[in-house]
Design a protein around this ligand. Structure first.
Ligand SMILES: [Zn+2]
Length: 239
């Protein structure tokens, strides 16, 4: 690599790395936005489904309540019918047989009335809960709306900033030797946006924290060639 001042090249890629750190951060903001939005939508959708289930349950309770009331009405009609018949029967036996029927229905009805009162309370409680949940849902919907807005605004800002930084990046890359730039970009892609790291305390890699052989540290200090960490393959530099 004649004609290439490695020390100068390292100085430039260290700066480029700072720029790329920010570009990677912005990219994760932009790429993460749809998932964040979807999470919010899913959360709202789940709450909507829970509310719908509670409303369906309430409808079922109301129907059962109506059925019980209908049944009570029918049975009260039957009592009246038996009582009318009682006035017409000729024998005591017939009379007491009807009396028995009436008593049995009355016993049923008293249970039915109890059940009706109970289900009335249950329905009232369910209605209260649902109305509270509905209010909460509306609040949640508004909150989700503004959160989604904020995500969109943040994404737009990141996109604008990204375009700006990419322009700056081009100016940097023009100053870097093609071979070194290729190496840098390969490591950058493989190491999630961190390709150039300092040698820490003249002993370890600032990227993976592994100890470096003294020979590698020396080479990095000399700045005669691009030196890589034997463990994480990042480009090493000495400050
Ligand atoms: Zn390393």
């Amino acid at each position: 690599m004649e004609n290439v001042n490695i020390a100068e090249q390292i100085r430039v890629i260290v700066e480029l790395q700072e720029l790329d750190k920010e570009i990677y951060r912005l990219r994760s903001v932009i790429e993460g936005a749809p998932e964040k939005t979807k999470e919010l939508d899913d959360g709202l959708e789940n709450k909507k489904a829970a509310l719908k289930a509670a409303e369906d349950e309430l409808k079922k309770l109301q129907m059962e309540h109506k059925e019980k009331e209908g049944e009570l009405g029918t049975k009260e009609g039957a009592i009246k019918k038996y009582q009318t018949q009682q006035n017409l029967v000729k024998t005591n036996k017939e009379y007491s047989s009807l009396e028995k029927e009436i008593a049995s229905i009355k016993a049923d009805n008293s249970l039915l009335e109890e059940a009706i009162l109970k289900s009335f309370d249950t329905i009232e409680a369910a209605q209260k809960t649902i109305s509270k949940e509905k209010q909460k849902f509306e609040e949640e919907k508004q909150k989700t709306g503004s959160q989604k807005n904020a995500i969109e605004v943040e994404k737009k800002a990141a996109e604008a900033e990204m375009a700006n930084l990419n322009e700056k990046r081009t100016a940097f890359t023009e100053k870097i030797d093609k071979g070194i730039l290729d190496k840098y970009e390969r490591v950058l892609a493989n190491r999630s946006g961190l390709a150039v790291v300092p040698v820490v305390n003249k002993t370890s890699c600032g990227g993976c924290n592994m100890n470096l052989p003294p020979q590698v540290v020396n080479e990095a200090m000399l700045k005669k060639d691009i030196v890589l960490c034997g463990n994480c393959a990042r480009i090493l530099y000495c400050e």
